[in-house]
Every structure is written in structure tokens, then in C-alpha cells.
Write a protein that binds this ligand. Structure first.
Ligand code: NAP
Length: 269
């Protein structure tokens, strides 16, 4: 990558758009960010993060890269005229669930496209992003997009676009499931008498320590789980109960529902 400034426009300054903007701002890349959003409160929130915002993308804008972070329903309803993208020839990355590369190509009239499924941890450069490129995108644009998302955390490239629906369930939704589990740990801690601060420390430090152990050891997660499950001990009682309630099956089935919703969004349902 050259050292020149990369001009990035983020259309949609909601949860995902602002996470990307913050992560880019904190990254080591030399980036100039403009966030576009009709909502004044969202724009003000971005301004407090020292990110330049506009209500509409000006005509004839020529940034190096555009990231579409609006709801898929909003994209389906809008015309490219609304987006002011008619003259733009650079790469467009969509982080929208459900919207296929073919639909993006037809509407935006370009093959310089990538679908990306990031998550909110991009805000602290610890994100995970799955990328799926249009077959006709240039190598130069692929390198630029990979550099942008690598600056926000880890990336994987998916050749089979249909996997984006399960990536949406897994990666986009990932922080929600982990937060849900964390909330359950805290709920239990508080129910047994810990105050909120202690409950928060216990849950979050346990997660942090465990994810570090998992990422530094080369063993599968259940190997670590089994190390804690001393026969006739305490943890095994909880895991046996989870198994009897088929908790893992419930989680897998929940993710399937999330994937199904991504497919539905693509159909405009
Ligand atoms: N949240 C996540 O963790 C996550 C993860 C992966 C992918 N995504 C994808 O990211 C996209 C955004 O999700 P989100 O959670 O960030 O939604 P969100 O918080 O509702 O933000 C979307 C923002 O886009 C704005 N917007 C709508 N139409 C626009 C337009 N034509 N031009 C500019 N801005 C426009 C909305 O403004 P109004 O509210 O005024 O309409 C809103 O501020 C979705 O497509 C989602 O599938 C999200």
C-alpha cells in the first residue's frame, strides 16, 4: 500500500458504520473518513468522535472507496440517484446482510464490488470480517479492501458467496451471542450475592482469559472445557445439565435462524 491518504466514504453512520469509522480512525492507515447519514443525532455522535459527516454524499464525489452500511431494506427501496453514486467508478463494499453481489452490480452498475460481513469489534481493531469479492473486481481494489478490513482486525476471504449468510449469523451476530452468554454469567453472579461491579469483572475477565487461552493453545475448545470438567467435580454438573437441555443444539439452531433471516432479507422479505 502506498502511504498516500485513503479517502473513505461510509454511507450509514449507525452501529456498524460508526464501528468501522472508529476502527479506521484508530488504525495505522492514513485515512480521511466522511460519514453520510440523514439522521442528525447519528451525525452529531460521529462529530464527537472527530469524524467528518454530511447529510448527503455530494454529487461527483470520488473517494478511493465507499462502504455501504445502511439497512438492506433501505438499499432495496432506494435508487442510485439517491446515493449520488452514478458517476463513481471506485470500489464499493457492502456490509449489508442479504444483498447479493449480483443485486449490487445491477443497481450500482459496476463489478468493483465486495460484500463484507464485519462485527462491532472493528471499533477497537479486534474485528472479524468475511470478504466476498465480485469475480470481475480488479486486483488493486482487492488489495485496497483487504488493507482496510485488515486494519480493523482479522479477515477471511470467502469464494462461495452463499457462505456470507452463515458468516452473517456467525460473525455479524457473534458479539451478540457472546454478550448474551456474558449477561447470563452476570445474572447468576448477582443472584448469588455479588455486586454488579464484581459480577462484571468476573464475567468479563473469565471471557478474556478464556479467549486468550483458546487463541494461544492449539487445542479445540472442548479440550479446554474438559480440563475444567473434573469427574465428580463441580463444573461437570453444569455442563451435564447444559447437555441434557441440548444447549449446543439450541445454539446451532438459533444460528440457523439467523442465517435464514439473512437469506430472507436478500429476497426482500
Ligand atoms: N450491527 C451489526 O453488528 C452489523 C454487523 C454486520 C453487518 N451489519 C449490516 O450493517 C448495516 C447497518 O446495520 P446497523 O446495525 O449499523 O444499522 P443502524 O444502526 O440502523 O444504522 C443504519 C444507518 O443508516 C442510515 N441510513 C438509512 N438510509 C440511508 C441512506 N440512504 N443514506 C445514508 N444513511 C442511511 C440510518 O438512518 P435512519 O435511521 O435515519 O434511517 C441509520 O443511521 C445493515 O445492512 C446490517 O446488515 C450490521
Amino acid at each position: 500500500m502506498s502511504k498516500t491518504t485513503i479517502e473513505v466514504v461510509i454511507i450509514g453512520a449507525g452501529h456498524m458504520g460508526s464501528a468501522i469509522a472508529l476502527g479506521l480512525k484508530r488504525s495505522s492507515l492514513n485515512i480521511l473518513i466522511t460519514a453520510v447519514d440523514p439522521d442528525l443525532a447519528r451525525r452529531n455522535a460521529m462529530t464527537t468522535m472527530e469524524i467528518y459527516t454530511v447529510e448527503d454524499l455530494p454529487n461527483h464525489s470520488t473517494p478511493d472507496l465507499i462502504i455501504l452500511a445502511i439497512p438492506p431494506q433501505a438499499f432495496k427501496k432506494m435508487s442510485t440517484k439517491n446515493l449520488n453514486l452514478e458517476q463513481y467508478e471506485g470500489p464499493v463494499i457492502s456490509v449489508m446482510a442479504g444483498i447479493h453481489l449480483s443485486e449490487l452490480a445491477a443497481k450500482l452498475n459496476t463489478p468493483q464490488l465486495c460484500r463484507a460481513i464485519p462485527n462491532l469489534a472493528c471499533a477497537i481493531n479486534e474485528g472479524m470480517t468475511a470478504l466476498s469479492f465480485h469475480t470481475q473486481i480488479t486486483e488493486e481494489n482487492i488489495r485496497l479492501i483487504e488493507a482496510i478490513f485488515s486494519s480493523l482486525g482479522k479477515t477471511i476471504t470467502i469464494k462461495d458467496e452463499t457462505l456470507i449468510d452463515s458468516a452473517t449469523a456467525l460473525i455479524g451476530g457473534g458479539p451478540a451471542y457472546i454478550s448474551y452468554f456474558t449477561a447470563a454469567l452476570m445474572e447468576y453472579a448477582i443472584s448469588t450475592g455479588f455486586d454488579k461491579d464484581h459480577a462484571t469483572s468476573i464475567a468479563i475477565q473469565s471471557l478474556r482469559g478464556t479467549t486468550t487461552l483458546l487463541s494461544t493453545s492449539h487445542n479445540p475448545p472442548m479440550a479446554l472445557c474438559e480440563k475444567v470438567m473434573t469427574p465428580e467435580g463441580t463444573t461437570i454438573q453444569a455442563i451435564n445439565f447444559f447437555n441434557s437441555m441440548q444447549l449446543r443444539t439450541i445454539i446451532v439452531d438459533g444460528l440457523k435462524r439467523s442465517q435464514d433471516r439473512s437469506i430472507e432479507l436478500g429476497k426482500g422479505v
